[in-house]
Write a protein that binds this ligand. Structure first.
Ligand code: BTN
Length: 325
């Protein structure tokens, strides 16, 4: 739906103040057919609006989507560095792209980029990340750790632990981690993490942790091919959540774990990560770019590499793969 049409349509409903507006009335005011009205209403639903439709009465909005703004995230934020500079946009290609540019321009550690919608959200292994408007958290966090580049994957695992803890605190649900960076509820993916870095040979310049969380989507918000493998906090709990609040808790947990990590190293994080991990001790298949390896997941190394023991007792060290359980 074009921006102008959306604005006009929302104005019609605002003026109705929660009352019914007939399809005829809308079609006259927008200057379009009744079928086009129905299509616009569907678009609003896709954006997170809830509307009732009743014959002879028309339509009325029963719930407007929860929106995020820089102010809402900033107010009550309990961190010292993370989220102290917020770059917020309504619609972007990818928050990763913006965060990389800000990192290159010298922005400080802790800067975050948040958008209501991503047109070309990126996932791992060059996949797309579905990021519809007003329903999820699409955020990139800029860190500048004083570490050698091979340590960067550990930051993904820290982020995964922080997000699990935040989801537990806010929703009382108990998600699990699937190596290296998927967070699942009842076997379905609700969070994806994409860590990218800018580095010199022996020093990290910046790490961008991209976090995608399905929060308030209904099943029909997902494309059909994702409906059996992905889910949202709403679908799993029947409740909607204030995304700005969840962002605040994630940033607080992430800052705490990150500082712990910089002071005491990876071991405490590794133990926490393993306590949330689904695959440890289980038979899995790791699909790597060079082929598939079957075996029992033994745990992760101090560098966050997955250890897989095959049937001959040989340990394989997996740096990057898709895991099937
Ligand atoms: C995955 O493949 O599981 C990782 C998905 C990461 C998605 C997030 S959403 C915010 C940030 N911007 C992007 O384009 N991708 C990441």
């Amino acid at each position: 739906m074009q921006n102008e049409t959306r604005k006009k349509l929302l104005m019609i409903f605002t003026e109705a103040n929660g009352d019914w507006v007939s399809g005829q009335n809308i079609s006259e005011k927008l200057g379009c057919s009744r079928t086009a009205v129905w299509k616009h209403i569907e678009d609003l639903r896709q954006e997170g609006y809830e509307l009732e439709a009743v014959r002879r009465k028309g339509y009325r909005i029963t719930k407007v989507p929860d929106k995020i703004s820089g102010n809402e995230i900033g107010l009550g934020l309990q961190t010292e560095r993370l989220g102290r500079f917020i770059h917020f946009e309504e619609s972007v290609d990818s928050t990763q792209k913006i965060a990389h540019k800000l990192a290159y321009d010298g922005m400080k550690e802790g800067t975050i980029v948040v958008a209501e919608e991503q047109i070309s959200g990126r996932g791992r292994l060059d996949r797309k990340w579905h990021s519809p408007k007003y329903t999820g958290i699409w955020m990139s966090v800029l860190l500048r750790p004083n570490l050698p580049p091979p340590k960067a994957p550990q930051l993904t695992l820290i982020a995964a632990v922080a997000i699990v803890q935040a989801i537990e605190e806010v929703t009382r649900l108990q998600p699990n981690i699937k190596w290296p960076n998927d967070i699942l509820l009842n076997g379905k993916k609700i969070v994806g993490i994409l860590t990218e870095m800018q580095a010199e040979a022996d020093k990290i310049n910046s790490v961008i942790i991209g976090i995608g969380i399905n929060v308030n989507q209904q099943l029909e918000h997902f494309p059909e091919e994702l409906q059996t493998i992905a889910s949202s906090l709403l679908i799993e709990s029947g409740k909607t959540y204030t995304r700005a609040k969840l962002i605040q808790v994630i940033l607080a947990k992430l800052e705490k774990l990150y500082d712990q990590y910089l002071q005491h190293g990876f071991l405490p994080i590794k133990l926490l990560w393993e306590s949330y991990a689904l695959s440890i001790g289980k038979q899995i298949v790791a699909r790597t770019i060079t082929g598939s390896i079957k075996g029992v997941a033994k745990g992760i190394t101090d560098d966050g590499v997955l250890m897989l023991e095959d049937k001959d007792g040989k340990t394989h060290y997996i740096h990057s793969a898709d895991i099937e359980m």
